[in-house]
Structure formats: structure tokens, C-alpha cells
Design a protein around this ligand. Sequence first.
Ligand SMILES: Cc1cc2nc3c(=O)[nH]c(=O)nc-3n(C[C@H](O)[C@H](O)[C@H](O)COP(=O)(O)O)c2cc1C
Length: 407
Amino acid sequence: MSQSLHRREFLGWLLQGSAVLASGLSHAHVDGPERLIASADEALTVLDFEPAAKRALLDAHYTYLSMGVEHEVTLAANRAAFTHFRLRPRRLVDVREVDTSLDLLGMNLTSPILLAPIGSQAAYHAQAELGVARAAASEDHLQIVSMGSSTPLAEVAEARGGPLWAQIYGQRFMPVTRHFLREAESAGCGAIVLTVDIVGLPTGRERIERYRRHENSACRSCHSSVGGTVGRGAVQMAQAIGLDPLALAARSMMLDWEIVDRIRDATPLPLVIKGILMGEDAELCVEHGADAIVVSNHGGRAEDNGFASIDALPDVVRAAAGRIPVLVDSGFRRGTDVFKALALGASAVCIGRPYIWGLASFGEKGVARVLQILLGEFRTAMRQMGTPTLAAIDESHVDRVAHRGGS
Ligand SMILES: Cc1cc2nc3c(=O)[nH]c(=O)nc-3n(C[C@H](O)[C@H](O)[C@H](O)COP(=O)(O)O)c2cc1C
């Protein structure tokens, strides 16, 4: 072989971009004393943001954000259950290009990692939902805005500059539900996410109840939410005619499939049902015209059922049988977690607390960095697993770890 051929081959190889990175990285030293990160750029994993958020927040707000319900068995299970599944990497696949884009309910998304609805974000940072929207825009991720948003939906939509999904807690008292549906439609939302895992008013939130006994009352002002304002209007109306507003609200928030049908009929937007864990309910979601499902236990904040979301996912995917997309949330902290969910049949994954840790510590920059880290890890997982596209990820890339010596 001539010298010139060697040179041509070498240059071609360089141009394919398959080399050079190793120098300078091969001796990277990853150990070191733990310390709080001083800027979003210093974070190596999304978990670095949690202590930074704790430092930045009032104790009451951090307690509310981090807690689960009762013994917090479900909260812990959400993380532990990722070890029930292991990845089955395939080697020697051309993964120089990885593509994380997908089509979901008529939208073309560049990432399967979505921002879950979290209420009252002004409690975590002055930028609140607007900072999150700007970060979601810069990183091009889909944001789901809570009905309990601190900021009006139209303003969040403007800051995002692209479609959002709007989450609602449905009510039997349809005028309140219709109010939120119209608001979502006029803000240009791409879908309604109906959360069904909190039945009546939330209960079992013992950590925050204990906290309230010695709460600093000055902190109440930052909890206000747009949903709360509408709720307060309803409370005043109930009081004016001598009814117990809390009892009324609790009853109104106990939904059933008939109410789902009414909500389905009350909007032309796609309807996503969030908070499903059992295959039987997934089957009913399809029967009642839902356009997608989010497998979720509300980040361990609904009931303390011990059912991790990732453990519940396969049953729901089986029941949905490809008729509608299945999304999942609760406990996702690593790119490999996201990969496992997609391999088990999820179309996308939502994250909750991690982006709020980013918001609390560094505002918009923190949220952007959380999204960069997670998507970066997920891209690494795709390369390691030999899957250049989301369509290439399937059940052959994951298996369930057998229980040892148990029944
Ligand atoms: C502080 C907090 C507030 C939340 N608010 C809402 C909400 O308003 N609507 C909703 O559907 N889910 C809400 N969730 C649940 C999230 O959408 C999501 O299901 C959960 O946070 C995912 O778990 P992760 O935090 O472990 O990622 C909230 C969760 C937290 C932690």
C-alpha cells in the first residue's frame, strides 16, 4: 500500500469524527471531596442539584418538594426498582449518529424526556414556570404546566414559544374544569393531561403537616397559584350559600369514568390520563378514548402502595397493546433509567423533582443543565446499547432480574 493511500485513509477516518476525543480524558480523575456545586455548569449528574436546592430553599419548601406520603415506601421503591431491570447491550453497531427525536400526539419532539407538571413553582425560585419555560425552549423539551401553576398558562406559553401540554385535576363541577380547558385551548396547548391519582384532597402528607405546626407564616404568599385563585372563587361561592367548601371540593375531585367521558367530550385536544398503574385501568383508558397514558404514582405522593412506576410499566404497556402511547414518570434520575423505560415500551419519560432542583438552585440555567445532563446520559446509553434511534430500542435490550431464593 502506498504512503498516499495511508494518508488518505487516515484523513477520512478523522473526518468521520471517530477519534481524537481520548486525549486528555483518559486520565480524568472522578474521585474527590464532595462539595456543593456553586454553578449549574459544575454539576456532573442531576443528583448534584438536590443538595444545592436544599441549600437554596426554605426548609418548608424543600420538605414539601422531597416528601412522599406515609412511610414513603413508594417514594423509595421508585428508585430501588430500577435495579429490577438490567440492560442487554449490543456491540459493534454504527452509533456515530444517535437520533433522540420522536412523534408524540401529532408533535415532533427532539427528546423523549418531558417536564412533568409541578404546581406552585414560585415556591422554588422567583423565575418559577417562566424560567422553566425558557430552559425548555433553549433545550427544546416538552413542558407540562400544572393547573396549580404560579404563572398564568398564556404567559408560560409565550415564554416557551412553542406548544405546551396543560395538566388539570378534573372536577365533577364542570364549570371549573371547562374554565381550564378553554384556557389551555386559547394558550395553544397540544394536549390536556388529566391527573387521576389524587382522589379528593391530598392526604398522607405527614411530613409537611408536621412542618406546618411551626411554620413561618410569611412563607404562605409564595404558594399562591392560578388554580388556587379559581379554587378560592369557588370556596367563596360555597361559603356564601352556607356550604362547607372543603367537603364540597373533596367530593368534586372524586372522579369516575363518566366524568372522564365528559372531559373527553368537552375539548378537541388530545387527552392524556396521568396516574395509571394497573393494566385493567389502561384498558379502560383506551375504551374511554384517551390518547395517551402516563404511568405514574405522582412521585410517591399519591397513596403509599409500594408499586414503583417502572415495575408497573410493563403491565400497562401490555394492556395498551400499541393502541395509544404510554409515558412514565416517578424516580427517573439517569439516562439509563430513561433507556430502561423505553426498552420496556414507554414512548417517553417525564421528570419532576430533578428540574425543580435545577430551578431552585440556579433558576433557568439550572433547569437547562438538568435537561442537558439527562439527555447527554441518555444519548450515551443509546450508543452503549447499540441503538442509534428510539425505534431501535426494544424489549430485547432489557431483562428482569430474577428474585433470589424467594417465592
Ligand atoms: C412538589 C410536587 C408538586 C407536584 N405537582 C403536581 C401537579 O400539580 N400536578 C400533577 O399532575 N402532578 C404533580 N406532581 C407529580 C409530578 O407531575 C410527577 O408525577 C412526579 O414528580 C414524578 O416523580 P419525580 O419527582 O420522582 O420525577 C408534583 C410532584 C411534586 C414533587
